[in-house]
Design a protein around this ligand. Structure first.
Ligand SMILES: Cc1ncc(COP(=O)(O)O)c(C=O)c1O
Length: 454
């Protein structure tokens, strides 16, 4: 009988996060100030983020200790299981060996609480009253409401309008965990009002919701801003995923040939991939492949340019060097709300530029074919974001079938899709809204990038 899953004990949980900055040959350049475009120091970031997180953002230490209080909460669902996709392999008739890490076991249903818990802990330690944030599909907002509640903090969530209407029960989940949720753009902030004045019917974007959350945080006493992806400290917190998988792959007696994760801002994929990528950067595993999978609706890595850009639409957040389709680009209203971000984590972009990792994009229609085939064999109905990774695994498994190679493919199954039934319903009825590849719109948005002083 095959072994289906590899389980760790609570005592095997990582005690330190892994910081890839220590092993990158050339780390990404520092952030620039959103108004002056000059280099940004810790004090410039202090009104926005708790200081401990700013220190982590700028740290070059290889390992950073996970506070006991954070580990204690993570133990509610961690370590998470690693599965071998025995039935899916069989259905695909592939010689590939497919494994997946299952992050859908957290109470909100995804990897997002791995950083929400840490961010809430540091906010509490700093004496804050609450955190404000954006959310796309609602996974991140749910995670932060869940975590802030456990630490006795308030949570204000700006949820991208299209997702607010596509996934109404996500709002109810966030409210159950004590959060306050408004559709974004809203009339509660200047950033929101300005956008609504130009386009009252806009479907919103993550870039706009980030602007609103930052504005709310800096104008409300005791509040700071919390971000669910993109920045170094978020990717750092997510490395608990990959550190656990390393131990689980040892239990399985295999080492990955190909690692795959979906990427909105890049946090789940990086958290899963970086602890293995260390082996490639240090020369131990030069042939290891890592694939970050994005949506063709917001194709920053595959059709954007590598340049400095603002992290948000209203140009109030830090300016980062990254692959971007432009901060003013509003992606098509696909169901994978978490993949509608205009940029990508600067560390992933630097690794992509350096040829260490790969990027790939899929159209919404293609990803649900793979997610359905996965659900019908492995049982788990994955989030639309995760479905992008599942599609890439499918293609790699099929390439193995063609070549006869028995590669070890491991992917991060970042979350369940239980609040995303409208997306699966639309797929079954062949009513998923189609969209064009919006190269012209991207070119226009790219004309608005900042001019960085030398
Ligand atoms: C289940 C799931 N996977 C992936 C993502 C993409 O985010 P990231 O690239 O930060 O992991 C999201 C974001 O909302 C998500 O909810």
């Amino acid at each position: 009988m095959p072994q289906y899953k590899y389980l760790l004990d609570e005592k095997d949980m990582p005690t330190h996060w892994y910081n890839i900055m220590a092993d990158m040959k050339e780390p990404p350049p520092p952030y620039r100030h959103p108004a002056t475009l000059e280099l940004m120091g810790p004090d410039d970031l202090a009104p926005v983020f708790p200081m401990e997180l700013i220190k982590q953002e700028m740290s070059a230490e290889r390992y950073i200790e996970i506070p006991d209080e954070v580990q204690d909460v993570l133990k509610m669902w961690r370590p998470s299981p690693l599965y071998r996709a025995v039935r899916w392999e069989k259905a695909l008739d592939t010689p590939a060996k497919i494994y997946y890490k299952w992050e859908g076991v957290s109470p909100p249903g995804s990897h997002k609480p791995n950083t929400a818990v840490a961010q809430s802990y540091y906010a509490k330690e700093e004496g804050l009253a609450g955190l404000a944030t954006e959310t796309g599909a609602g996974q991140w907002g749910s995670a932060l409401c869940f975590a802030t509640q456990l630490f006795g903090l308030k949570c204000k969530v700006f949820m991208v309008t299209i997702s607010y209407h596509q996934k109404p029960y996500r709002r109810v989940a966030m409210e159950t965990w004590g959060g306050t949720v408004v559709p974004s753009p809203s009339s509660e902030t200047k950033a929101g009002r300005d956008i609504l004045a130009v386009d009252p019917e806009t479907t919103g974007s993550l870039g706009i919701a980030i602007s609103e959350a930052i504005e709310y945080a800096v104008t409300h006493d005791g509040f700071k801003y919390s971000l669910g992806s993109v920045v170094n400290f978020v990717l750092l917190h997510q490395t608990v995923v990959g550190l656990e998988v390393r131990k689980q792959m040892e239990m399985a007696g295999d080492y990955p040939d190909i690692l795959i994760g979906c990427a909105g801002g890049g946090s789940n994929a990086a958290g899963f991939i970086y602890p293995f990528l260390k082996d490639k950067l240090t020369g131990d595993k030069p042939d290891l492949r890592a694939i970050f999978v994005e949506s063709t609706a917001s194709p920053s890595m595959t059709r954007g340019i590598y340049a400095y850009d603002w992290g948000d639409t209203a140009k109030t957040g830090p300016v980062a060097k990254m692959h971007t389709v432009g901060h003013s680009f509003i992606p098509a209203p696909i169901h994978a709300g978490g993949l509608r971000y205009h940029g990508m984590a600067p560390s992933i972009c630097a690794l992509l530029e350096q040829g260490v990792v790969e990027a790939r994009a899929y159209h919404q229609n293609a990803v649900f074919d793979a997610a359905q085939s996965f659900a019908q064999t492995e049982g788990f109905i994955v989030a639309p974001e995760t479905a992008h990774a599942v599609r890439a695994v499918y293609d790699e498994a099929m390439a193995c079938k063609e070549s006869g190679e028995s590669k070890v493919i491991v992917f991060n199954n970042s979350g369940h899709g239980h609040f995303d039934m409208a997306a699966y319903d639309a797929y079954h009825r062949r009513e998923l809204p189609d969209y064009e590849l919006e190269d012209e719109k991207i070119q226009k948005a790219l004309e608005e990038l900042p001019q960085i002083p030398e």
